[in-house]
Design a protein around this ligand. Structure first.
Ligand SMILES: *Cc1c(COP(=O)(O)O)cnc(C)c1O
Length: 378
């Protein structure tokens, strides 16, 4: 029996049954769960700095409310997402018919691909860009136009030069995961302006809240939602998984022109967002103090990790997310093993073509400290 993390087996009689794009795929590699490390390595007192989760978790307002909401889980949720969409519409100053709710924002990305990309059509994205762009596009049979990165980030000029008659859409992660690199409002708007109106530009802002806070006071990191009025071919995606601490409930959203939103909704599975996730998102939006606490913790954590890793002689890519990508100047796999034996889960990025880098999520101050000390003892 093949499990999800076993290698592709081209000798299986079922291999040829798969659609072509899927045959060329490997499953997404998530950060190792704490329980798995406990089971496999027999270590305890584990810290996980691997999946860019909020170390504070969600708003504590949530827990009593979840109990109440749970009484209703015998019924399907409100498929229209009325309450949450209206809250988001107000927050972003758009209409509710511009919002698509998803089972995580990856679900929204999937809807975009399903609605707009046919086999052999092209999608453009950057080297080192978030892995789901590759997986979703490849599975759809699209032709992938992957553009070499510039100083770890998106090379927008080169990306623009790759846009042609067959291009359906361009993915931009701002900031990007796993590198943490970001694009400023000027450079991104120049790019969006230059892309033909019949090519969609997906702007993935999974770390928006972190990036905005990290750049506070400095010009630079854009909120692209207001751009939709000017450039109706952009789709902005956001998530509750990161700064709002709701990764386990799977909820995110997209904002776009109402007609684009309508098309995406035609391929959306009914009830793709569950009652509890929807409630949690609404409460998360109401607890700004909790959000702010996490953002402040993150800014300090970025500094702590950045300084500490530099002192160890490693090269840290500047980041405005809640993680750093660091060149540890040696094969990361063995360093990862060492960290796992010491109860620390971080993320390898060799799958991205970065075999000497680690991606480390910002944790609580004492967790960051333990990681730095453990690396220092190596
Ligand atoms: C984490 C992440 C997402 C979203 O994840 P969901 O949990 O599906 O909302 C999207 N894009 C990037 C770049 C991410 O890092």
């Amino acid at each position: 029996m093949k499990t999800a993390d076993s290698p592709i087996n081209a000798h299986s009689p079922f291999y040829d049954l798969a659609v072509e794009g899927v045959r060329g795929l490997r499953p997404y590699e998530p950060g190792k769960p704490v329980e798995e490390l406990e089971r496999e390595y027999g270590v305890s007192n584990i810290i996980k700095l691997a999946s860019n989760e909020n170390p504070l978790g969600p708003t504590p307002l949530l827990f009593d409310e979840i109990r109440r909401e749970a009484e209703g889980i015998g019924r399907y949720p409100d498929d229209s997402g009325y309450q949450l969409k209206n809250m988001l519409a107000k927050k972003h100053n758009v209409n509710a018919n511009q919002i698509t709710l998803g089972n995580g924002s990856c679900n929204v990305l999937e809807l975009i691909i399903r609605a707009f990309v046919a086999p052999q059509q092209e999608v453009v994205f950057s080297q080192y860009a978030f892995a789901m762009y590759f997986i979703l596009s490849q599975a759809a049979g699209a032709k992938l136009n992957i553009v070499p990165a510039k100083s770890w980030g998106h090379d927008l000029d080169a990306m623009l030069s790759r846009v042609n008659d067959k291009t359906k859409l361009v993915f931009i992660a701002n900031p990007n995961n796993p590198t943490g690199s970001w694009l400023t409002d000027n450079e991104l708007e120049e790019f969006v302006k230059a892309v033909p109106a019949n090519v969609l530009v997906i702007i993935d802002e999974a770390y928006f809240e972190y990036a905005r806070y990290a750049k506070m006071g400095a010009e630079g990191y854009p909120d692209t939602v207001p751009w939709i009025a000017k450039y109706p071919n952009i789709i902005v995606t956001r998530t509750f998984s990161k700064a709002y601490g709701l990764a386990g409930l799977r909820i995110g959203y997209g904002i776009a022109h109402p007609d684009i939103t309508d098309l995406m909704n035609r391929v959306r599975q009914p009830f793709n967002v569950n009652n509890i996730a929807s409630l949690a998102a609404r409460l998360a939006l109401q607890d700004e103090a909790h959000l702010k606490k996490g953002l402040e913790l993150n800014v300090n954590g970025l500094q702590q990790l950045g300084d500490g890793l530099s002192e160890l002689g490693f090269d840290v890519i500047p980041s405005v997310g809640n993680f750093v990508c660091v060149d540890i100047k040696q094969e990361a796999k063995s360093v990862n093993e060492y960290l796992l034996h010491n109860g620390i889960i971080i993320r390898l990025v060799d799958g991205y073509g970065l075999p000497n880098h680690l991606r480390i999520s910002v944790g609580l101050p004492e967790e960051n400290q333990r990681l730095l000390e453990t690396l220092g003892r190596m």
